[in-house]
Design a protein around this ligand. Sequence first.
Ligand code: BGC
Length: 254
Amino acid sequence: MAVQARRAVGVDIGGTGIKAGIVDLDKGILSSDRVKVATPPGAEPDDVLQAVRTVLDTLGVAVDHEVPLGVAFPAIVKGGRTMSAANVSKAWIGFEAEKFFEHGLGRSIHFANDADVAGVAEVRYGAAKGRSGLVILTTLGTGIGSALINNGTLVPNSELGHLQRAKHKGDAESYAAYSAMEREELSWEAWAERLQWYYSHVEFLFSPDLFIVGGGVSKHADKFLPMLDLQTPIVAAVHRNNAGIIGAAALALG
Ligand code: BGC
């Protein structure tokens, strides 16, 4: 009899979209379609919960509690509580989010920061696999998320998207996230100049051994990574924008 692959469901809640899939944890790939709905305007807890129900329903796992479930969220997550809210409703600050989802979905879940779980996915199944030293994964999306991984161990909640820009108003993500490129209709060249500032700054602060770039735009990595001039190698996430789903699922199985 064939041995069934270990599998879990990953849900990646972002500022713009909520993505989910069933993940084959032996291979580290999606074994279902990737399901996506828009993040409800304002991203209030009740509306986000409803959207998560919708994606689980579409995947056919809303009532199947046998498959472990991991949920990733774009905020600082400490002990199951969300402690910040850059691109979601302020109601999430100091909110018992893990308990809220568990109660609302009627099952236990694993809950963590979205960039951190993407980092976990790339350590287990992607560009950071087997890498020693300090790896910094950044996600370029609505915001900038970061995962610090030292010798394979995650240091959670690093929040390097909120580095302040000296002499300028605002933080790194308001200037250099993919959403800034879209909002300001920047060319790849103009955006790459902003990324140059960002990655040089992070490089100076942390002297990493590898940068990994995730988020939806990582599928166009060839359009901007070659323009960056850094000491540190910089590569696209192997799992591109699915790293969050895969990492959330991986975390659910432990
Ligand atoms: C949030 C981070 C998150 C990142 C990417 C930032 O605005 O503060 O927690 O990882 O966006 O979603």
